[in-house]
Ligand binder design. Structure first.
Ligand SMILES: NC(=O)c1ccc[n+]([C@@H]2O[C@H](COP(=O)([O-])OP(=O)(O)OC[C@H]3O[C@@H](n4cnc5c(N)ncnc54)[C@H](O)[C@@H]3O)[C@@H](O)[C@H]2O)c1
Ligand SMILES: O=c1ccn([C@@H]2O[C@H](COP(=O)(O)OP(=O)(O)O[C@H]3O[C@H](CO)[C@@H](O)[C@H](O)[C@H]3O)[C@@H](O)[C@H]2O)c(=O)[nH]1
Length: 473
């Protein structure tokens, strides 16, 4: 890294180097790995995507997406010349310029990030590195602060144990894509963060992203062409800071949602309308419009585990993080809040039938990891209720998680609400906005809507004769 570069860490930089096509291996073909592989292939790199999950790879080889993500299959079809799939690392890594690690780092029981998948990948890669090889390992998985430095040392120790002399470098390159918009975010990131301690490795990663940083790629016709995104910012920094940027970003966004949910709770008490409060607040540029949508709270594979991991890291220093603690507490309280609302309306949940619309942790994805909706279904069942559930894409993923005689999986909204004592909107899928609520009302036992995502028009539904309860309105 150049002397003085740290000072301008957060300055937007534009690279003018000649773009060089690279041989890239992506390890882990999940939400992050697959989207990254597709985008890298689309912008011209030669990409090999590896996953130990043989079912995933079999689907991908047939051009089918193993996850629900808008534009994924079309993009997959569009870049097959540059993209191949396999279940194992090649015997030799000699031709590979960059290996991107994108395996999962889920929570352990104690809240730490579980590094077993990353650790295994490090061992696998190192065993394939050859004498005199140049290789850059790019860490996209979200890993605890200090991990990249530690792994860099570990790889070099393993190599010296094998008596291999090679030029292996690490670059921390956290990912910020959102599920449901993963392909779009991968093409148009707000920023690309690269953290490391080696100029030439950082330079190679900048080159890898050259077409994105300079928008020199051509977007396929079927993608929305009416985007107004500006060029992404490039943040060059050290390992620890890059790792912290990822955790801090997720913790901040989670806290912002919890903040608005706390205010929504008070709106409920005083009779103010959180929708207008959010608009009124968001119009202040310093606050910003995003992440002010009050509801059942945040879930998914990132906010819950990453806030937990950040707390775990802080505990190592006996350092308290009361804001993040509060954000998590408020998030759990949202589940209690909705159960109390249901109890308030139905009095007793035991023996009642509740329709739950939406199972994924947010619209646009089939991911049910840490989904608030799934947790609420489990709690209703524990309270003796029966639940009929519907989701446009996440039903299959939820079947195992919610297997119970008290849970009925329905293939349509109308099937789910048949004879229901109340309906809970748990994920704000557009389809729930478009359904004919008059028809729904005729089929329900009692016309009660708990709108856990503030999706529907309160006034219109009240006029139809529904008892409507939202979050903070
Ligand atoms: N999902 C997101 O929206 C998102 C966004 C930003 C960052 N992240 C981070 O990116 C990482 C990956 O997240 P994800 O949601 O894509 O995970 P995922 O669970 O969808 O995918 C991980 C994949 O890695 C594979 N895998 C595990 N061990 C392997 C090995 N040894 N070799 C090859 N493949 C292996 C698994 O089979 C799985 O398909 C996590 O650290 C996560 O925190 C996720
Ligand atoms: O105003 C809001 C915004 C979000 N949410 C909830 O917050 C959760 C997370 O939403 P979102 O951030 O859109 O989804 P993710 O795909 O989990 O993306 C987050 O987590 C990823 C994994 O680390 C990061 O890469 C992204 O930048 C970060 O936004 C979901 O349950 C949403 O329902 C709200 O309740 N209200």
């Amino acid at each position: 890294m150049m002397l003085g570069e740290k000072v301008e860490n957060f300055v937007v930089k534009r690279e003018d180097d000649q773009f060089k096509r690279l041989n890239v291996i992506v390890i882990g073909a999940g939400y992050v790995g697959l989207c990254t592989g597709i985008v890298m292939a689309h912008i011209g790199h030669s990409v090999l995507c590896i996953d130990i999950n043989t079912d995933k790879i079999a689907l991908l080889e047939q051009g089918m997406a193993p996850i629900y993500e808008i534009n994924l299959e079309a993009m997959l079809a569009g870049c097959r010349n540059n993209l191949s799939f396999t279940t194992e690392l090649p015997k030799r890594l000699g031709d590979t310029d960059i290996v991107i690690i994108a395996v999962g780092t889920p929570s352990k029981e104690n809240g730490d990030a579980d590094m077993q998948y990353v650790d295994q990948v490090i061992i696998d890669i190192t065993s394939k590195i050859e004498e005199a090889q140049d290789l850059i390992i790019v860490m996209k998985s979200t890993v605890p602060i200090g991990s990249n430095q530690e792994m860099f040392r570990r790889v070099n120790n393993l190599l010296s144990d094998r008596g291999v002399q090679a030029n292996v470098n690490f670059v921390s390159n956290p990912e910020f894509l959102r599920e449901g918009k993963a392909i779009y975010d991968s093409f148009y990131p707000d920023r690309i963060v690269v953290g490391g301690n080696n100029d030439s490795a950082i330079g190679a990663v900048k080159n890898m992203y050259y077409p994105l940083l300079n928008k020199t790629f051509i977007m396929p016709q079927y993608m929305d062409q009416n985007f107004e995104s500006s060029l992404p910012s490039l943040v060059v920094t050290d390992f620890l800071t890059a790792e912290m940027i990822k955790y801090a970003s997720n913790a901040f966004l989670a806290t912002k949602v919890s903040f608005i949910n706390e205010i929504a709770g008070l709106c409920d008490k005083v009779g103010a309308d959180i929708l207008d409060v959010s608009i009124g607040m968001g119009l202040d540029n310093r606050i910003g419009k995003g992440f002010l949508h009050a509801g059942l709270g945040w879930g998914g594979s990132c906010f819950p585990k990453d806030t937990l991991a950040l707390q775990s890291i802080a505990r190592e220093y006996d350092y308290e993080m009361p804001i993040i603690e509060a954000a998590r507490t408020i998030n759990t309280r949202q589940i209690i809040f909705v159960l109390r609302k249901i109890q308030g309306l139905l009095k007793v949940i035991r023996g009642k039938k509740i329709a739950v619309l939406g199972l994924s942790y947010k619209p646009g994805t089939d991911d049910i990891r840490d989904s608030v909706s799934v947790e609420i279904v489990k709690r209703i069942v524990r309270l003796g209720g029966s639940v009929s559930v519907y989701d446009p894409v996440a039903l299959d993923n939820a079947r195992k998680e919610l297997a119970s005689d008290s849970v009925n999986f329905c293939s349509s909204i109308i099937c789910a609400i048949e004879s229901a004592d109340a309906v809970l909107i748990a994920t704000e899928w557009q389809e729930f906005l478009e359904v004919d609520w008059r028809e729904v009302k005729l089929k329900m036992r009692s016309p009660i809507i708990i709108d856990g995502r503030n999706l529907l028009h309160k006034k219109i539904l009240s006029e139809m004769g529904f008892t409507y309860v939202g979050v903070g309105r």
